[in-house]
Design a protein around this ligand. Sequence first.
Ligand SMILES: [Zn+2]
Length: 673
Amino acid sequence: MNNPLLSTAALPAFASIKPEHIAPAIEQLLSESRAALALATSDATTADYDALSASLGVATERFGASWGAVSHLNAVANTPELREAYNAALPAVTEFFTELGADEALYAKYKAIAAAPGAASLSAPRQQALKLWLRDFVLSGAELQGEAKARFAAIQERSAELGQQFSEHVLDATDGYAYYASTEEMAGVPADAISAALEAAKAEGKEGHKLTLHFPCYLPVMQYASKRDLRARLYRAYVTRASELGDKPELDNSAIIEELLRLRHEEAALLGFANFAEAAMVAKMADSPTQVLDFLRDLSSRARPFAEKDLAELREFAAKELDLSDLQPWDTAYASEKLKEARYAFSDQEVRQYFTVPRVLAGLFDIIERLFNVKISEQPAEVWHESVKFYQLVRDGALVGQFYLDLYARNGKRPGAWMDEVRSRWARPDGAQQTPVAQLVCNFSSPTADKPALLSHDDVTTLFHEFGHGLHHLLTQVDELGVSGISGVEWDAVELPSQFMENFCWEWEVIQKLTSHVDTDEALPRELFDKMTAAKNFQSGLQTLRQIEFSVFDMRLHAETGSEAAVQALLDQVRAEVAVMAAPAFNRSQHSFSHIFAGGYSAGYYSYKWAELLSADAWSAFEVEGVFNAACGQRYLQNVLEVGGSRPAMESFKAFRGREPNIDALLRHQGMA
Ligand SMILES: [Zn+2]
């Protein structure tokens, strides 16, 4: 069998990969990687950085890239057959990487390299990569012996399974729900959402409008449906997904949450940490859980008066104008949208007409080209869905990187937006220069037969955000695998480049380039932009507290041993402390909190706020010097993007900004100064 997963081509053959390729490919790549590990750790291989890269580095990079292609397809083109093959292979893959990360002989080899006389003359990126490898070895249990070591490995494997089950449950609960609404029930919902729901019902031979919990369907209903019962019905279905209150008991994530937390605390204890959060801090820019909680509580107390004012205004408006005297959580998006319309006299729907996907992409590419001195062009490549596009970045005639762009929501595709690595920049041991390749995935509404896809301003911001991650990965000039691009960057600093990019979406100069009305071709009028800007910080107090609620919940859940026994009680406590509006007793948002239970953000959700502080402060340099200031762009490129994880994020920030970060720009940008 000609197996595309064993191809050595630079790009994965996405369209050719079939579920039946997975088992044989993984088996072969596993055995090759095992052989490479045996060779690398044998006496025949000297304790030398290059020697290790040439044997083990090459084999595991190939294995990782192949498995990455499988994981990617599992996330964006899920089928029952693919899922089965993926799940069948997952334990062995996890087991290998767990063992690799805790292999005593390999650990000894790395220690020997670090202790050798030549270590001091290794390049700075190599020294940093080595330091991170040694750190990760310790965190992966390399110092553990006997029973503790075996238990640690078992915990890793089980946790990976549980994380996978958690996200499958969320996906299935999201995909599995449908409500067929009558024409009367759809009152207030925008025309494009209505016709999409009609088409979806028709495709199944059903009457009415098919409403689902996918965001492009769920959100417009919550924002615009004037029928309160319909909003309440969808809200309840949404916030009980994958919980004991959902309609499918087999998708309940309760037991998974408990077991995951118990395992995480046990894992931390094995490593000698007081709790999981302490262990998680080792690879962070922040120093300790206490420092993080202090930061969150400081921000919370500054935001609280603004949030209270936001809520009081909303309640007053809802009672007076919408006849909603007892504002409920399923009313807030609806009432907020109406208040925003009343106050700023524009709707998201109106704004969407100006942001067509072709225009937004052209504008975004122009910014990247001007600031970072590259040229972007579309190229042919094998993809997994007809709507996916592929691009390359070139500088002075040389290839810098390439990326796939998968913009639209569909069944079998995980919700949300993300950037993922396909290949990383690497000066390969055979002398070849590997350039980075990225995945950029969103879940926007598709184009229709006669109109291009339209984006809300939020969608545009999301797109810029993911491109921020993409540029961090693609523009790196570091040649060492462990520290090129986003590799090796502290978790809580990873969102700096992504949130930084969001700022462009609020600049008039930029907006003019990003917009062209779908029917009239006119750019967004200045008057509408001024209203959007005035509305930008609409309810920023409430939004800040919402993020702080998630962040404090996540941090306390992982910093307090025994938390698995009382997850709901802890969440209730956090809500009582942070939120200004009570959540209904049936709200089980933790059951679909994939970030912390299936996404690597455990004891790290605060990173969004932390990095917002960094990115707001970085952006303030562009505010002073000019949005398209090439010199400022170059300084940002060289000091932040290009260096990747080759030095601590704090050093990179200081190199760019000339000082330590402070909170002023964040508060000012959000109207809370
Ligand atoms: Zn992000």
